[in-house]
Unconditional design. Sequence first.
Length: 387
Amino acid sequence: MTIQSSPLRVAVNAVALSLGGGATGLMGYLRAWREADAPVEASVYASRSPVIEQLRSEGFTVVPFALDERPAWHFARQQVQLGPLIERGPAAVVWSVNTLVGRCSRPQVIHHQNALRFVSRNSLVGLGRWGFANVVRDATARRALARAQANVFISRYMRAVAEDAVPESTPRNTVIYNGLSGRVLAEASNRACSIGERSPRLAAVQSTQSYKDNETLLRAFRLLIELRPEVPWELTIAGGGDWRRYQRLAKEIGVLNRVTFSGFIDEVEIGRLLRRSLCLLSPSVLEGFGNTLVEAMAYGCPVIACNVGAVPEVVGDAALVVQPRDAVGFAGHVAKLYEDRALRTALIERGRERATRFSWADSASRMMEVLGRVAARLPLRSESGRG
């Protein structure tokens, strides 16, 4: 990690983050900088009490802002009030997730983590996302892409769709993949773990957003039971949100007694779930990266996912892929994985090797370089990021 002569003071706009993907990524960067004794002083502006509590529990500097207000207010206050507040502090650069901070003269690096903001609406027919709020967020994300001093994307796929939307942003764009903690990477190199265990337990780490396609997940599970009725299949669906719609669907198709909706679980519990499962099912029809796919590979849990978005560049040849909404394909792959020990072993070995390519230490070093160059008003290096 590049060492600077003086601390790089960073204001982190985490106002929109809840526990889960975005907050997990932020913690990955902050921990990696701390472990490397990097010269970064980050002040995190956060609004969700659980996120604030997690940051404070690990000793990071937090500035509460618009505490626990509704998302619309968070969005508005980022455009009007957050910038002047940041300017009263010592930050040389702003690192903001997905959106530009309004009324702020500090140079800004936008960390784009939501592929929904840039993909063509024609490709999302049936996902039910075209409300006024999404139209405004799309426009704001594209404005940030056009105006930020640098844009960081979590995959080459996301960078490509963003540059299709705003081509003039290209010289200021780079890719930095999300990473894995040292603890999880240690699991990836631990060959003492059992290889190719046959289990009737399946895992899915989802949200209730429509693009995650939980309906296909449940229908695939029903088809699997019909395909191999003698196997005592179980499915655990982890993730926060209101799951009542999908609980009703599970009841209607007769699988509710075999499905556990566990709600939000932390990264340690996710690890336990993945280690004891035959495979991870990911029916999402849009992925900008796929943190859980990488975690599953590290824990020796084979992945079955849709061949869309950033999934191919993340999993390579270390997963089984199907077309979107292909419940039959998901069920067939699970049944084959259950029967074929050689296939399980091959996917586990390839997955563990693949997972070692994703490190928060590496990602944090790259991010610090981008932030440092933007703070110094220097152009990005062509080799910054990946892809």
